[in-house]
Design a binder for this molecule. Structure first.
Ligand code: FCB
Length: 467
């Protein structure tokens, strides 16, 4: 049953000020054959560790990490987050009114197996059971991510190859529970980021700074990815499509010196190729092989080569670096070229987005692609009359949706786009100060207030094209 909305869809659109039916009609006509396919999946993306509170779950690697470093940059922690675990209905109502079609979220492994391996915690299962039913009741197709970086403490970390077995057990539990209601699954969020930021650079949990650990974690992430994906395929309904959200970020060395170019090349391969490549049946790239070869055992590469059913692609921007022998990764960040506009601190990079989509199309044999994340942190005005004004976000969204459309028009099989994120949330070590959301979270009440960018997204969805 669809619960009554606080405002009808028509009321929502009327409340959207500039977007009256009259102004929308000419745009609809303009869109013409520039539209995406009719079943294009317009979605928003979220994750449990950035939005759910710590209540009713076991302690996680991220709880330990953030408590040990004394909180995020802005002094916040993930204790409360946006309390999505109890307030999700407020969000679903706004998303339904905007016509959003799909909702990407993650299961918190520490809620499912809080203290021990084996039988799942019924309370945790019930939580996701109810949440998924609520999505469906609000017209949102559930797109679960099995693993968005939060590990229950008992399960250890990626230095241990057996984490892949624990991950596969957890995958089986979840696929059995919701495999009949979710048609599109992501196994890992940004698997390649885990070894690099968590084990190499020490920026994310568990906070190691070691090239050797980075190599071990890279191979064990790949193994866990392969085994968990296979477990989902074996236990979800037939026809389920499974992949991961791979972060693609080209690295460049603006100085142009040989040393800097080589350093950029190494990290580019590690970041962009060393996870999806083996998942699609390739050997490790030669630049990454020395890091992982001592960890590879018989049968591993076959277990890893699962051939995902589509390519999940997260894109934010390019990265600019120089060589730095003191860093485990061999690079340090440098300022982006001055001519690139910034969204807060990230470069705004639509042309690169088109190129990245075309490259994935070519490199992975023309797969279906779902843009599993794109998004922008921007400074915005305080809420006024029930809305937050965020014109810059709208400008950037339009640029990236147009960039994706350009790739689509050149033959990329783009099947959907997910904006990161539904609400402002707890952005890991950066805390609550980075606002990515289409919905503002008022502090300390945690009330949900729509932004004008949600209204803009509603227009794109209605047009099935960039508005
Ligand atoms: C992505 C992560 C997501 C969030 C956004 C801003 O790289 O997948 O969890 O941090 O960046």
């Amino acid at each position: 049953m669809i619960p009554a909305l606080p405002i009808s869809r028509r009321g929502f659109l009327r409340g959207l000020g500039a977007t009256t039916a009259a102004t929308m009609l000419p745009r609809l006509a303009q869109a013409g054959n520039n539209t995406f396919e009719p079943d294009f999946l317009w979605g928003v993306a979220t994750s449990a560790p950035e939005s759910e509170s710590r209540a009713n779950r076991g302690r996680s690697n991220w709880d330990v990490f953030i408590d040990n470093i004394g909180g995020s940059k802005d002094g916040t922690t993930n204790v409360r987050n946006t309390e999505f675990d109890t307030r999700y209905l407020d969000e679903f109502k706004l998303l339904q009114a905007a016509g959003v079609k799909a909702f990407r979220f993650s299961f918190a492994w520490p809620r499912i197996q809080p203290e021990t391996p084996g039988a799942p915690n019924v309370r945790g299962l019930d939580h996701y059971d109810r949440m998924i039913d609520a999505m469906l009741e609000h017209g949102l197709e559930p797109v679960p991510t099995l693993f968005h970086w939060d590990i229950p403490l008992w399960a250890g970390d990626f230095l241990d190859r057996d984490i892949s077995r624990r991950m596969a057990d957890y995958a089986e539990i979840m696929a059995r529970m919701v495999g009949d209601r979710a048609n599109t699954w992501l196994v890992f969020n940004e698997p390649g980021v885990i070894p690099i930021f968590g084990y190499g650079q020490g920026l994310f949990a568990p906070g190691y700074r070691s090239r050797r650990y980075m190599g071990a974690a890279l191979h064990h992430v790949n193994l866990a990815h392969g085994r968990a994906l296979t477990a989902i395929r074996a236990n979800a309904a037939s026809g389920t499509r499974v992949s991961s959200a791979f972060n693609i970020m080209p690295f460049e060395a603006p100085s142009g010196t040989d040393e800097d170019i080589q350093a950029a090349r190494f990290v580019d391969v590690l970041w962009n190729d060393a996870v999806p490549g083996p998942a699609y049946g390739r050997d490790y790239p030669s630049l990454a092989l020395p890091l992982v070869e001592s960890y590879i055992q018989d049968g591993d590469m076959q277990a890893i080569a699962v051939q995902p059913d589509f390519f999940g692609l997260n894109f934010y921007s390019r990265s600019f670096v120089k060589a730095d022998p003191d860093s485990p990764l061999g690079i340090a960040l440098v300022e982006p070229p001055a001519e690139l506009e910034r969204t807060d601190e990230l470069p705004y990079d639509p042309d690169t987005y088109t190129k990245v989509l075309l490259k994935a199309h070519k490199d992975y044999n023309a797969p279906d692609i779902i843009a599993t994340e794109f998004g922008f942190p921007v400074a915005e005005e305080a809420p006024k009359d029930g809305w937050v004004n965020d014109p810059l976000r709208i400008k950037y969204m339009r640029g990236y949706i147009q960039a994706a459309q350009a790739a689509y028009q050149q033959g990329v099989k783009l099947k959907g786009m997910f904006y990161w994120s539904s609400t402002d949330n707890w952005e890991w070590v950066l805390g609550l100060s980075k606002h990515f959301g289409l919905i503002h979270i008022e502090q300390p009440s945690l009330k949900r207030i729509p932004k004008r960018s949600l209204e803009y997204y509603a227009n794109c969805i209605r047009l099935n094209a960039p508005a």
